[in-house]
Design a protein around this ligand. Structure first.
Ligand code: CP
Length: 324
């Protein structure tokens, strides 16, 4: 059975196949009829134990565009708030015939547990677990980089070899950073992390990337700069610099953005703390891809669901009606 739990599950060829399939899916979004019949009769469950805007909505949109039935489960308002366990919740979903379960959970490792428990038969997709991983975010980020830095058509079949990607901010609490470091390394990119010393994870020397504490020195050598949200809700206040000090040293403002090469893009997975890690001027500039990343998330998640659930049939079949 196939699952997507970690960016490290993917080889270079797996990742390029997902990005190429996502390009096919994006072409569907450009058509008058935005739906494919590919997953008709299949059921996708969105199982969210933690808040989400982008990931939950884009998985729902992705599943619906592939004609799957979608069940949205939010821990708030469910029997989880009465103490029901992950196991009993999973068994309930299994009884409802879930073909895929997209899970977000505050505990690192929850998707792995679900995939290897035998509680459910369907494919498991990690939509963010604690501070561990968020592999579909890394895929949509790579998709966005490939489009912007190589090109929509010219990028097909290509990886990100030789591209220089800088990831800035609260790396310690960021599942987005961890998944990106692994996926970008698999795709041949060179990754530099920039963070305050207190927000660099223990063991980062084992990660396939460099670490710097000097943002201004790294910016001119970057093709893409990914700003991370400062996750105060996961933080001990004693370890955190003041907001002013943080944005002075690690925030991206207009002056700093001007140090980047002209072709370089600014990325943010959202939600953004405007005025903290990124100024409104940068967030709203043409160089910032945050909104584009959300749109690309739908195509990328369509590709993941299609490859996990329907991969033996052609993704996109053109009917005579659509050609006309
Ligand atoms: N980037 C991201 O995971 O956003 P949400 O928390 O809104 O899903």
């Amino acid at each position: 059975k196939r699952h997507l739990i970690s960016a490290t599950d993917l080889t270079r060829d797996d990742a390029v196949l997902i990005l190429d399939t996502a390009e096919e899916m994006a072409r569907v979004a450009d058509r008058p009829i935005k739906k494919l019949p590919t997953l008709r009769g299949r059921t996708v469950v969105n199982l969210f134990f933690e808040d989400s805007t982008r990931t939950r909505i884009s998985f729902e949109a992705a599943a619906k565009r592939l004609s799957a039935d979608v069940i949205n489960f939010s821990a708030k308002g469910s029997s989880v708030s009465k103490g029901e366990s992950l196991k009993d919740t999973a068994l309930t979903l299994e009884a409802m015939g879930a073909d895929a379960v997209v899970i977000r959970h505050h505990a690192s490792g929850a998707p792995y547990r679900l995939a290897n428990s035998g509680w459910i038969d369907g494919a498991v997709v990690n939509a963010g677990d604690g501070t561990h991983e968020h592999p579909t975010q890394a895929l949509l980020d790579a998709f966005t980089m490939r489009r912007r830095l190589i090109g929509r058509d010219t990028g097909l079949g290509e990886d990100l070899a030789g591209r220089r990607i800088t990831i800035v901010g609260d790396v310690l609490h960021s599942r987005v950073a961890r998944s990106n470091v692994h996926l970008l390394n698999t795709l041949g990119a060179h990754v530099t992390l920039v963070a305050p010393p207190t927000l660099v994870p223990i063991g980062v020397e084992q990660w396939p990337c460099e670490v710097s504490y000097d943002l201004d020195a790294v910016l001119p050598k970057s093709d893409a700069v990914m700003m991370l949200r400062v996750q105060r809700e996961r933080m001990n206040a004693a370890f955190f610099p003041t907001e002013r000090e943080y944005s002075r040293r690690y925030g991206l403002n207009g002056d700093r953005m001007a140090r980047m090469p002209e072709h370089a893009i600014v990325m943010h997975p959202g939600p953004m703390n405007r005025g903290m890690e990124i100024t409104a001027e940068v967030a709203d500039s043409d160089r910032c891809t945050a909104v584009e990343q959300v749109a690309n998330g739908v195509s990328t998640r369509m590709a993941v669901l299609y490859l996990l659930l329907g991969g033996s049939e052609p993704a996109v079949t053109t009917t005579r009606t659509e050609e006309n």
